[in-house]
Design a protein around this ligand. Structure first.
Ligand SMILES: [Zn+2]
Length: 278
């Protein structure tokens, strides 16, 4: 089921030396905020990782991942030395990082921040990253462009409210109120493709009622992006400041890796956000 296309999405395709990235329109962002999402196009990896795999932990050759990360950095106009990553354990812990953390998780998974699925920063030149292949990447900024954040939300992280916790940490760091928080919900597996079992559906039914679940041909489908949006709205983020990409990682096989569609092994895309020096 073809559930999404790039035309008309909040994200726009931008190609740089063959590397395809997806970025929001500049008019959406305060000055100084840089953010975007990688695609699988423009890298050097082969086989199941063709071609721009950015994940170290999925069995690809490390030197290829590094080359891919450099290529994506160039396409985004940022430096790989400034990347910071959490180890992503499908939890809800959010860490505040700064320039001292530049490079953690950039060239090796071992140096990523342990047990963390969300990151917040107010210093410039620190590029918060997360890696995904169906899970929901969430990017945060405040109206003033003083602070940015990122979160990785699979179904576990979503139910554990990692998005809301990242928003709360943003507000703590920047002093912003909920109505100054903006959230970009990136490409992820859509309700067109994300079939779930009864037990998991039950967990979301309990949290949100039936509205995020649809039944088709004897299967139950979950809208994970909408679940994240719901929690953020409950936390006071204005609905008009939550921007959702309609792109489905499972539908668009030439654009994205998809853990569900490709089975294991497959590659990972990256989401990135940071503040440029002003
Ligand atoms: Zn789909």
């Amino acid at each position: 089921m073809a559930g999404s296309s790039i035309a008309g999405d909040v994200l726009r395709w931008r190609a740089s030396s063959g590397v395809g990235v997806l970025v929001p329109g500049e008019e959406m962002l305060p000055p100084g905020v840089v953010c975007g999402f990688s695609t699988r196009q423009g890298g050097v990896s082969t086989g199941a990782y063709t071609s721009l795999n950015l994940g170290f932990h999925v069995g690809d050759r490390e030197e290829n991942v590094l080359t891919n990360r450099r290529r994506f950095s160039e396409a985004m106009g940022i430096d790989l030395q400034g990347w910071v990553a959490g180890q992503q354990v499908h939890g809800s812990d959010v860490a505040v990082v700064g320039r001292k953390d530049r490079g953690r998780g950039a060239s090796s998974q071992d140096t990523a921040l342990p047990a963390v699925d969300g990151l917040v920063v107010k210093e410039s030149g620190v590029w918060l990253t997360c890696y995904y292949a169906d899970c929901v990447p969430l990017l945060f900024w405040d109206t003033q462009g003083n602070t940015v954040g990122i979160a990785h939300a699979g179904w576990r992280g979503t139910l554990a409210k990692v998005g809301l916790k990242a928003a709360a940490k943003m507000m703590e760091v920047s002093g912003a109120s909920p109505d100054e928080i903006h959230v970009l919900v990136g490409p992820a597996i859509g309700s067109c493709c994300y079939s779930v079992g009864e037990e998991l559906a039950g967990g979301f039914d309990k949290a949100f009622g039936r509205k995020l679940l649809t039944r088709r041909e004897g299967r139950i489908y979950l809208d994970l992006k909408e679940a994240n949006r719901e929690y953020l709205i409950r936390g006071g983020v204005p609905p008009e400041q939550i921007y959702i990409s309609g792109l489905c990682t499972s539908c668009l096989d030439r654009v994205f890796f998809s853990h569900r569609r490709d089975k294991s092994p497959t590659g990972r895309m990256a989401a990135v956000i940071g503040l440029r020096e002003r």
